[in-house]
Design a binder for this molecule. Sequence first.
Ligand SMILES: *Cc1c(COP(=O)(O)O)cnc(C)c1O
Length: 386
Amino acid sequence: MSPQEQHHPGEGPGDGTLAVRAGLPEPVKYEPTLPGPVFAAHFHLPGEPTGPYTYGRDENPTWTHLERAIGTLEAPGEATVETVVFASGMAAISAVLLSQLSAGDAVVLPTDGYQALPLLHEQLRAYGIEVRTAPTGGDAQLDVLDGAKLLWIETPSNPGLDVCDIRRLVDAAHAGGALVAVDNTLATPLGQRPLELGADFSVASDTKGMTGHGDILLGHVSCRDPRRAAEVRRWRKIVGAIPGPMEAWLAHRSLATLQLRIDRQCATALELARVLADHPDVTGLRHPGLPGDPSHEVAARQMRRFGSVISFELADRARAERFLDELRLVDDATSFGGVRSSAERRGRWGGDAVAEGFIRFSVGAEDPEDLIADVLRALDAARKAG
Ligand SMILES: *Cc1c(COP(=O)(O)O)cnc(C)c1O
């Protein structure tokens, strides 16, 4: 356990305690602890149409519980932080960009961020918004901030696992009058809390580690400024990118085990990275938790856990494909952050600037010794077959 992970009494509840209780309503006799999903397109509403619950696209009590839960994890002890849940991570990302930017504004995005961001570039440009990009590593986005309305950060970046200094970028952006949003998907709020580091928006695809079972798509936006939160909420209402009540309820249920899952997955990821660091077939190994990784120094300052994803290169495309074929405990699948380990040859999608033998590996909740043995066996078999 790294020093950051230890819970010190007197600092408020620890992550596990927060996670199991997050967002639960006050106990009501004969009611369940976590009320079930509320399936409603509309609510009984005689007289003046005032909230909280009027029509199913605007608000839903199952979302309310989940939004409170996520808010508790994003900013423990800050009751005024607002969270808005969405049907997917991309819905949440688009909601921030499209509710905050208008024609004539400039936005700074990462060159090495999530693979659907370039699709958004096209759309933003079509709306008359200037799109500037720079890499995550080395805080290179600082160089193109001048006069921008919004800075979009993704750290650790996906899939390259570069890390930037959130606080440093936030200070520079705010000094120039720009807002800052952080895509916190890879870290989850247990890995880092962007709002505490000064960001205006913490955004995530909860499809990944937050819900962790690979069975739902979901996203969220958390922010402190109630006016900005209202703009994001308004965007959800206009576009209708709302989560189903069942998905929202499943997500809330999954949050109870967030600390257990993330601690296990992050610890095993670091263990696997250490083993691979000494392996002759592996090059370009990246994990922010590895001392010596280019991301480690900044990550150790701003992250509380280093994430469950590692990346590395094998000799070529054929070797990488054989390695994936040979794995028995690891699904050959995209996405990450789930309880079942998965890995993929990232180059098969195109779009990411990665080598043909580049593997993104998401570490699940299996026993570390079983997983590591499986990986080492698959590496061996892939070499022998070659
Ligand atoms: C997956 C992912 C997204 C998109 O989320 P969806 O839930 O698939 O819409 C955005 N950002 C990052 C970093 C992601 O990994």
